[in-house]
Design a protein. Structure first.
Length: 220
């Protein structure tokens, strides 16, 4: 049976890689994108629904399929207002999970972050922890949360400090052994492939996957 996949965040680094992987995957005959703006040049198997994702409930009728891939995320630099930040990094993924539950979508995969924790003193990590908790509370049969470390890959926008950080991290990667392996750079390509592999093996019964395991799953 051919499947329908839903992607949130297809204009971002990981989401865009995921999109093109699913386009090339014969197991999927329909891909639905929910975003603020359209992506040009996509094939007919892709349907695009544009609007305000902070009001994702408005898309309930069209939010149907077999799998949801949530790659939504912003940064403190792009969204310095904490209330707005929370609306994006917490509000959109949790609303998507609630819609998936209401529309009987059996598989939900979401990208969180290493360090996510409900009781973290860091706002970013605490927000991610709350997002994880409330998604898991929806009890969607196949729910998987990925916690990548620093994500590597070619971004469209210029992020000088982030680029410098990635270069430095790559130089010291050989020193990341033992417990430090959790902090190794994880390529966006591996995150996208791991999500697809998890969705198709149904090996995501409410599990949280640390960064160092994502690459292993991508290579299955």
């Amino acid at each position: 049976m051919k499947k329908t996949a839903i992607i949130l965040g297809a204009t971002g680094l990981t989401g865009n890689i995921l999109l093109h992987k699913l386009i090339a995957d014969d197991r999927y005959d329909h891909i639905k994108l929910f975003s603020r703006s359209k992506i040009k040049g996509l094939p007919h198997k892709v349907s695009q629904f544009t609007g305000n994702l902070l009001k994702l409930d408005a898309f309930k009728v069209d939010f149907t399929g077999h799998e949801v891939y949530c790659c939504i995320g912003t940064t403190a630099k792009k969204t310095p207002d904490k209330n707005r930040y929370r609306q994006i990094d917490y509000g959109i993924p949790v609303t998507a999970a609630k819609l998936a539950k209401e529309n009987n979508i059996p598989t939900f995969l979401v990208i969180s972050a290493m360090g996510a924790h409900l009781k973290s003193l860091v706002f970013y990590n605490r927000t991610k922890g709350e997002m994880e908790r409330d998604i898991l509370q929806q009890n969607i049969p196949n729910t998987c949360i990925l916690r990548p470390a620093l994500i590597g890959g070619k971004r469209k926008e210029r992020r000088l400090l982030e680029k410098m950080g990635l270069i430095l991290f790559k130089v010291i990667q050989p020193l990341f052994i033992g417990n430090l392996k959790h902090y190794k750079i994880i390529d966006a390509e591996d995150i996208a492939q791991a999500m697809i592999n998890l969705a198709n093996t149904k090996n995501c019964k409410g599990i949280i996957i640390p960064s160092n395991d994502i690459k292993k799953i991508a290579n299955i």
